[in-house]
Design a protein around this ligand. Structure first.
Ligand SMILES: Cc1ncc(COP(=O)(O)O)c(C=O)c1O
Length: 449
């Protein structure tokens, strides 16, 4: 498109007017939809629009506002959010306490000077050291999950002087060039090879991990860190078997490798503990946080490490920096999020609601086995497995038509994820279960099963 500053001035003013309105007229709603589809096609990525269209079945589901466990499209149609932004909305959409903290900070200062000591970063780092297990002490705040993983990789290299990372099959750690090495699926990695030096082992198999590190050690290809998601999210909700994380801890210690846990999706209360690794009563050397950390209001992640992993970085703090990471608005959101999780005891709520929901999904899997084969999960991190990708997608589409949002995973298309806000009500859970039963029924009929 040719440069046209006058057009940009007029259009930006028009959008600001729209934002300032409490409610939109019917013609304005239609215009938002038309504009969104056109500009997504022309200026974002038409390929992605096709993907979204197939779930929504039409173009009307342009999201506009949200709260609690629901969001509404621009026409005001309400959806129960069973996807939860892939684990962003643990404290719910726009929790009033998170909003208040961010708004109050916004009225004071938005972005830090970059030179003085910004206090909210320090309060947040202190709080993180209090909520994380073991002797995790220092935090480097980021703007996203993948950046949190990047920081963990760099701290591992600095600490061990090694450059070889071991990840797991089924893993997803993000798509920047360092973290992408750990993401396991060929379709995402192959176009960008060679990446950092990564190798992958089967997830959940402690003997395979031990053998691999033994071989790496023998051959001199020594491992800087083993990087694991305690529950693989994008891999299809694969839960580390009890004892696996503890075994990984032992194996890493034996071979001088660091242990990094990526709790970006499974952390912050979702599984019934603040962090899933607590179930194995061990802690990593480094932990990556993101998604729910900012309360679904601000983007913020963290690389959290022990004193040992921070030693070289303390000697030269300019080895890793970021302009916006840990800005006051994002820190305000994360501080409020931690407070809400604890004051509302959302970890217990996640455990209880999971115990209510999972057996109901099990019953449906047994009733409709030609479509849905099983359900598994911990707390409100649940996966529903389908016979194949097509049938899973058909169920997602049917659910969407019944005002329920749900989605598959990047790595394992046969699994639909159930990761609602932890504040979801039992009545909303029941509505989801009812809609799922109707959807399974409809798919049985459609495919003549
Ligand atoms: C476990 C895990 N790690 C890392 C990431 C990457 O986070 P982001 O998309 O914020 O970069 C994700 C995102 O889905 C994730 O689930």
């Amino acid at each position: 498109m040719v440069q046209d500053l006058n057009a940009a001035k007029a259009k930006s003013a028009e959008v600001l007017q729209l934002l300032a309105k409490k409610t939109l007229e019917t013609n304005e709603r239609e215009q938002v939809i038309l504009d969104s589809v056109k500009y997504w096609t022309d200026h974002v990525n038409p390929g992605f629009l096709q993907y979204r269209k197939s779930v929504s079945t039409d173009y009307t589901a342009v999201e506009w506002d949200d709260n609690g466990a629901v969001f509404r499209d621009v026409h005001g149609k309400e959806f129960i959010d069973m996807l939860g932004g892939f684990g962003i909305y643990n404290v719910g959409h726009r929790h009033p306490k998170v909003l208040a903290a961010v708004t109050q900070q916004l009225e004071r200062q938005a972005i830090h000077s970059q030179e003085l000591i910004d206090p909210l970063r320090t309060y947040l780092a202190h709080l993180v050291s209090l909520i994380t297990p073991g002797s995790l002490q220092y935090s480097f705040f980021t703007n996203s999950g993948t950046e949190s993983v990047e920081a963990c990789l760099k701290m591992s290299m600095l600490t061990t002087g090694r450059k070889h990372f071991v990840g797991a099959i089924g893993a997803f750690h993000g798509k920047t060039l360092g973290a992408l090495g750990g993401t396991s699926k060929a379709v995402f990695r192959e176009p960008f090879l060679p990446l950092l030096h990564w190798s992958h082992v089967p997830f959940g198999d402690k003997d395979a991990l031990k053998k691999h590190l033994e071989c790496c050690d023998f051959s001199g290809d020594k491992v800087a860190a083993v990087v694991l998601e305690p529950i693989q999210g994008e891999g299809g909700i694969n839960i580390a078997p009890h004892g696996y994380l503890a075994a990984a801890r032992e194996i890493c210690d034996r071979y001088g490798a660091l242990l990094v846990f990526d709790e970006i999706q499974c952390g912050m209360g979702r599984t019934g503990k603040m962090f899933y690794c607590e179930f194995d009563e061990i802690s990593p050397d480094l932990m990556a946080l993101g998604k729910a950390f900012g309360g679904g209001v601000m983007p913020i992640g963290a690389a959290v490490g022990t004193a040992k992993t921070w030693q070289r970085y303390i000697e030269n703090p300019f080895l890793h920096t970021t302009t916006f990471g840990g800005n006051p608005l994002a820190c305000a959101a994360a501080i409020a999020t931690i407070n809400v999780l604890l004051e509302e005891d959302l970890t217990t709520a996640a455990a209880e609601k999971g115990r209510y929901l999972l057996p109901a999904l099990d019953v449906l899997a047994r009733t409709y086995p030609k479509v849905m084969t099983s359900a598994r999960g911990v707390g409100l991190m649940i996966g529903m497995e389908f016979v194949d990708n097509e049938l899973g997608f058909a169920v997602a589409k049917n659910l969407f038509a019944r005002n329920i949002l749900i989605s598959g995973t990047y790595i394992n298309a046969r699994v639909l994820r159930v990761e609602p806000p932890l504040v979801i009500s039992y009545e909303q859970i029941d509505r989801f279960i009812g809609a799922l039963e109707e959807s399974l029924n409809a798919v049985y009929k459609e495919y003549k099963l």
